[in-house]
Design a binder for this molecule. Structure first.
Ligand code: ADP
Length: 363
C-alpha cells in the first residue's frame, strides 16, 4: 500500500502541460473536498485525507501510514472506527461546538472510508425550536390547570341539570386531552434538549411487574385481557425508573387504544447475554410495513379509516425512542396489519447481574 496524502502535490499538468490523469484528478478532488474525508487501509493505517479533515482532526503529514487508532484522538471517531459493520453512522461533537454526522464505510480487503457532514446549523435550529416549544408548553400549563380546576368545581357549587353536566363532562375531556398533549410536549422537549437523565441501579423485572399491576384494571375496563410473562429474579440495569415506567405505559396504552374488541395484550421480558429485552404484544389493528419506521418520529400518526376516531398526539413513541436511546438501548416494532403488533426494546444490563437465568412468572 502506498501512502498518498492528498496534501502532496499530484504529478499534474503544470510541468507537462497535459491534463491530469483520472487518478490525479481524483486525488485533487479529495484534497479540496469541503466535507472532511479520510481513508484507512485494510491494516487500519491512515492512507489519505482531505485538507478539511486535516484541519478538523489535527492531522499532520507525519501521521501518514500510522495506525488510525493512535493518530485520531477524538473519542467518538475512535469509537466509530472500532465498528464491525459495513456502514456505521454517529453524531460527532467537536470541542469547538461544531457537530458532524460521521459515516464509516468498510469495504472488505480494501479498508475504510470516513466521511463527515457538518450539521451544526441544523442542530442549532432544532435546539431553538425545542426551546420555543418548551416555553409555550410551560406558559400554557398554568392557566390550563386553573381552567380545569374551575370546570371541576362547577358540579360542587350548584346542582347542574343533565345537559349542563354533559357539557361540563365534554369540556373536561377536551381539557384533559390538551393537558396530556402539553405534558408530552414538555417531555419531548426535555428529552431532546440533551439534559442528563438521573440514572440509578434498578430491577427492571420489578418495575415491569408494577406496571402490569397498574394496567390490569385499565386493560380489563377496556374489555381486553393482559398477560404478563416476567422473570422472577431481579434484572439489574442502570436507569431512570420514572422514564422507563413511562416507556412501558406508553406502549401498553397504545396496545389498548389500537386493539380489537375482546383482544389481548402480553407484556414479557427476558435476559439475553448482556441485555434485557422487553416486549409489548397486542392482537390489534397492526401497522402497515411502510409506516413502521415513521411512527417513531415526533407528531407522526397513521391516517387511515381504522384509526380515524382514535385520539392521540403522535408523541408517545417519540418519547419511548428518546428514553430508550438515552439508556443506551434500541426500540423496534414487528407487525402484520389486521393481526397485531409487537413493540420491543433492548437495554444493556449492569455487570452486577449473576449468571442465573430468571424464571418466568405468569401474572
Ligand atoms: P399516538 O398514539 O398519540 O398517535 P404514538 O407516537 O404513540 O402516537 O403512535 C404513533 C402511531 O403509531 C399511532 O398514531 C398509531 O397509528 C401507530 N401505533 C402505535 N402503537 C400501535 C399499536 N400497538 N398498534 C397499532 N398501531 C399503533
Amino acid at each position: 500500500m502506498t501512502f498518498v496524502n492528498a496534501k502532496a502535490e499530484p504529478r499534474a499538468s503544470s510541468n507537462t502541460g497535459l491534463p491530469p490523469t483520472a487518478a490525479e484528478a481524483l486525488l485533487l478532488l479529495i484534497r479540496e473536498a469541503a466535507d472532511p474525508i479520510l481513508f484507512i487501509d485494510a491494516e487500519g493505517r491512515l492512507v489519505l485525507w482531505s485538507n478539511s479533515a486535516a484541519t478538523l482532526l489535527n492531522l499532520q503529514e507525519a501521521m501518514l501510514g500510522q495506525p488510525a487508532e493512535t493518530a485520531i484522538t477524538h473519542p467518538d471517531i475512535r469509537a466509530l472506527l472500532q465498528s464491525n459493520s459495513l456502514e456505521e453512522r454517529r453524531e460527532v461533537r467537536m470541542d469547538n461546538g461544531r457537530t458532524f454526522n460521521a459515516t464509516l464505510t468498510t469495504v472488505e480487503a480494501a479498508g475504510q472510508l470516513l466521511t463527515m457532514q457538518e450539521v451544526t446549523q441544523f442542530k442549532e435550529m432544532e435546539r431553538a425550536r425545542t426551546e420555543i416549544v418548551i416555553g409555550v408548553a410551560h406558559d400554557l400549563r398554568t392557566p390550563l390547570t386553573a381552567v380545569q380546576g374551575y370546570v371541576e368545581l362547577l358540579e360542587r357549587v350548584g346542582p347542574l341539570n343533565e345537559t349542563q353536566r354533559d357539557f361540563v363532562q365534554r369540556a373536561l375531556t377536551g381539557l384533559h386531552a390538551i393537558a396530556d398533549l402539553i405534558d408530552d410536549l414538555l417531555d419531548i422537549g426535555q428529552l431532546e434538549s440533551g439534559y442528563t437523565m438521573v440514572m440509578h441501579r434498578l430491577d427492571i423485572a420489578e418495575l415491569l411487574l408494577k406496571s402490569c399491576c397498574t394496567f390490569r384494571p385499565i386493560v380489563e375496563e377496556a374489555g381486553l385481557t393482559l398477560r404478563c410473562h416476567l422473570p422472577t429474579t431481579p434484572i439489574w440495569i442502570m436507569g431512570n425508573a420514572a422514564r422507563l415506567r413511562q416507556v412501558v405505559e406508553n406502549l401498553l396504552s397504545n396496545a389498548i387504544k389500537y386493539n380489537r374488541p375482546h383482544g389481548w395484550i402480553a407484556l414479557s421480558a427476558y435476559r439475553s447475554d448482556e441485555h434485557v429485552i422487553v416486549s409489548v404484544a397486542d392482537s390489534g389493528i397492526g401497522i402497515p410495513p411502510q409506516e413502521q419506521n415513521r411512527i417513531f418520529q415526533r407528531f407522526y400518526r397513521i391516517r387511515d379509516r381504522a384509526r380515524a376516531d382514535i385520539p392521540g398526539s403522535g408523541l408517545g413513541l417519540a418519547i419511548v425512542k428518546a428514553v430508550v436511546e438515552q439508556h443506551g438501548g434500541r426500540v423496534w416494532v414487528e407487525s402484520s396489519p389486521g393481526e397485531g403488533s409487537v413493540f420491543s426494546f433492548i437495554l444493556p444490563l449492569t455487570i452486577e447481574n449473576n449468571d442465573a437465568e430468571g424464571g418466568k412468572v405468569d401474572e
